[in-house]
Design a protein around this ligand. Sequence first.
Ligand code: HEC
Ligand code: HEC
Length: 374
Amino acid sequence: MSIPACDSGLPFSSAPQLPNTPFDYTVDLPAHFIEPGIPGSTTQIAVIDHDNTPADNPISDHGATLGRVLFYDRNLSQDLSSSCATCHRQLHGFSDPAIRSIGFSGKETKRHSMGLTNARFYKRGRAFWDEQARSLEEQVLIPVQDAFELGTDLKVIEQRLATLEYYPALFENAFGDDQINSDRISKALAQFVRSLVSFESKYDEGRAAVDRFTAAFPNFTDEENRGKELFLKSNTEGGLACVSCHATEAFVGVHTGPKNNGLDVVTLLDPGIGGIIGADSLDGMFKPPSLRNVGVRSPYMHDGRFATLREVVDHYSDGVEAHQNLSDELKDESGQPLRFTLSETDKQALVAFLHSLTDNKMLNDPKFSDPFRR
Ligand code: HEC
Ligand code: HEC
């Protein structure tokens, strides 16, 4: 029998290769995740206050280990062709370089895959571009059953996993006995997804050296510090206030929920939340993703319309459209889209700042990598 190739072209093994002592998934977060960005600030909330971990599913090292194996296991797809990682690739910030991902038997997804970094720190806990799922626990079972993603039945999966020799011990370590059911599959996958936290980027190194995120970082170039200023400062102070929607130092969506960032003047193709709730007043509203690791996850937006960060910055500088549901953060006092008309230097500075959020350590960390790869 020939050995099928995995995404990297390397052969993969039929059983996961795991360390004897599990990796540490319950790491201590740095001080700037525990304190607000500005000491004593009432408007800037600390990252940790946005944690959506439910009381009945805290991350454990064994739970996240099981989640990691499930995440990379092609047995979760109907035809054994794909796993979660087919569309959520570690080196790409757990997103997919393709505009639409190819699921089992070659079917395309409706939207661009989302990066999973910091999904844990979206306070509302809801998942998907249109927030269709109420929690990560609910979300992670959807792709398994989705006709375009993995395309199977949960009962089939439970039975299939029970026939694989490596699962009973993994379930027992994670949950106390070797019973395999979809509730446990969902909990373990959600634990692994929540463990995908980034705090070792160039941004974090600089942040550790100062007492507030508005101070110039000693390890940043002037360009990166200028970009940070543009990102953080309010419109009245000459900034673009990106942080008003990509909030806290996890740079995640604000707790008030989905936004319209003026991609289109009218919603034609994808109503986003409006399609779930069925209200025009919510058309064109989407979950703002965390910008951590954004530098490695092109293309951008729910439809992957922008190929580069420069195109994203051009959009926010001059291209925001007057959609009927355009969020207030991007409107002037008369309700028109804000026009920043940034200089070339400032556009480059903003792009440079976004790249400082790339966390190469996390993107190469073995504990998040494919355990089936030899
Ligand atoms: C065929 C590609 C594909 C596969 C396979 C896939 N996903 Fe996704 N994933 C997507 C796409 C596309 C989206 C965005 C969907 C949307 O919003 O309509 C998404 C969204 C998500 C989100 C939401 C993130 C957020 O911040 O709201 C999570 C979490 C996620 N996937 C986890 C998983 C897990 C766990 C698996 C395996 C059980 C998996 N995905 C399998 C393509 C895929
Ligand atoms: C009104 C709230 C709002 C503001 C202000 C805002 N964004 Fe966004 N941002 C969003 C939303 C919503 C999305 C997702 C939109 C979609 O795909 O439909 C998004 C998406 C993005 C993406 C793509 C992420 C991905 O994974 O595809 C980047 C990059 C980004 N924003 C950067 C910025 C920058 C830089 C600024 C400041 C110039 C900014 N944003 C200001 C709401 C906002």
